[in-house]
Structures are given as structure tokens and as C-alpha cells.
Design a protein. Structure first.
Length: 221
């Protein structure tokens, strides 16, 4: 099975290299399953030209339903992972998953066209972070297995890392908020003072006009 996948990847790369624009539709169940898996996990790497209009329409409907269900599954896995690896321990788990998956991938790909270990690490990282990779050579079965836990672990690690960054930048965030509030108060305060002065001048002019009117009336009498 792995040999067939490597042959398909080689033919696809060769077709791109010689400028062959022929489409390669999803003819087999394994290709359709792989396409569906890439959709609901949002890993990507979808070949748009390989899909017919009917397949594109089905992919839209399937993704709208499948992605929320996949997120629900990953959320439940994330809760279990956080209970087993609290705090910063999740970073250790994420590194172990990435490097162990890269080692297994490198062992599977032992051939004349051996994938460098750094490329294997990078490919696994792109898959686990759902960034995706065009023409990925990761075996499909291996991708499915590693994604069962890897996607949840990496997502939890990203959330923990986000909280750590927010803690380190909290002082600067508060200082920036105070600066913005001070500028806003100054702008609003100047506007209020300007309005108050205008109203005060207006009310000061009204008695003067009334006094002038009274004087003319008394002079006529």
C-alpha cells in the first residue's frame, strides 16, 4: 500500500514537472477517504482540479457537517490530554509526538529517495498543526493514526503557549490601555470644555441683549 502511494506521488510530481495539466479524479475509495479526512481535519492539501462539480458540492456540505463533529472529538481529546499532562508538560508531549512521528515516517520512507529527517519533521509539523502541505508524501494510514492524538495535543500546546505569551505581555498591554484611556480622556475633556465655554458665552450674551432692549423701551417712554 505504501509502495502504491509513493508511486502515485511520483507520478503526480512528474506530471507537474513536465507541465501536464491532466486532472486526476478521485477514482478509488482510498483516495476519496483520504480527501474526506483532509477536509474534516482541515489539514488541507486539497487538489481543486481533481474534483468534479458534484464532488466539490458534496465536499462543501460534508465539511459544514464534518468539521464541527471533528472539533467536538478533538475537544474531548484535549480535555483528557490536559488532565494527564497539566501545565507546561503538554509541550514535552507535543515534542515527543512530533519527533517520534518523524522518526517513524523516516523509517517507513527508507528507499533510494530517502526523505531527510528535517523534511520529515517539517512535514509532520505541518500536518499536526493543520497548516497542510501540497503533495505531501506522508503515508495515509500513518497520517490517520498520528492525527488521532497529535491534533489534540498540538492544539492544547498552542493554547497553553498563547496564555504564556499573554502573561509576559500583560504589563505592556495594561500600559498601552492606560495610554489610550488617557488620550481618550484628554480628547473628550477638551471637547467638553469647548462646549462648556461656548454655552457660558452664549448665556452671558443673553442678559446683555435683554438689558439693551429694556433701555430702549425706557428711552421711548
Amino acid at each position: 500500500m505504501f509502495a502504491n502511494q509513493k508511486l502515485d506521488a511520483y507520478e503526480r510530481n512528474r506530471a507537474i514537472a513536465i507541465g501536464d495539466d491532466e486532472h486526476q479524479p478521485l477514482d478509488t475509495f482510498s483516495e476519496a477517504f483520504h480527501h474526506a479526512f483532509l477536509l474534516i481535519t482541515t489539514i488541507g492539501g486539497i487538489e481543486n482540479d481533481d474534483l468534479s462539480y458534484g464532488q466539490k458540492l458534496f465536499s462543501l456540505i460534508y465539511s459544514i457537517i464534518g468539521i464541527p463533529l471533528m472539533m467536538l472529538y478533538l475537544g474531548q481529546c484535549a480535555k483528557a490530554i490536559k488532565s494527564l499532562f497539566p501545565g507546561r508538560q503538554i509541550f514535552l508531549l507535543a515534542l515527543i509526538l512530533i519527533f517520534s512521528s518523524a522518526i517513524i515516517y523516516d523509517i517507513i520512507e527508507q528507499s533510494d529517495d530517502d526523505v531527510p529527517f528535517l523534511d520529515a519533521v517539517f512535514s509532520v509539523f505541518l500536518a499536526m498543526t493543520t497548516i497542510g502541505e501540497e503533495d505531501s508524501e506522508i503515508p495515509s494510514v500513518f497520517l490517520y493514526v498520528q492525527s488521532l492524538v497529535g491534533l489534540s495535543a498540538i492544539s492544547v500546546a498552542c493554547v497553553v503557549l498563547q496564555h504564556e505569551i499573554e502573561k509576559h505581555f500583560q504589563f505592556y498591554e495594561i500600559a498601552f490601555t492606560h495610554k489610550v484611556a488617557a488620550v481618550e480622556r484628554r480628547i473628550v475633556g477638551d471637547g467638553v470644555d469647548h462646549v462648556d465655554h461656548a454655552d457660558h458665552d452664549h448665556f452671558e450674551r443673553i442678559p446683555e441683549e435683554e438689558e439693551d432692549i429694556d433701555v430702549t423701551e425706557y428711552s421711548e417712554m
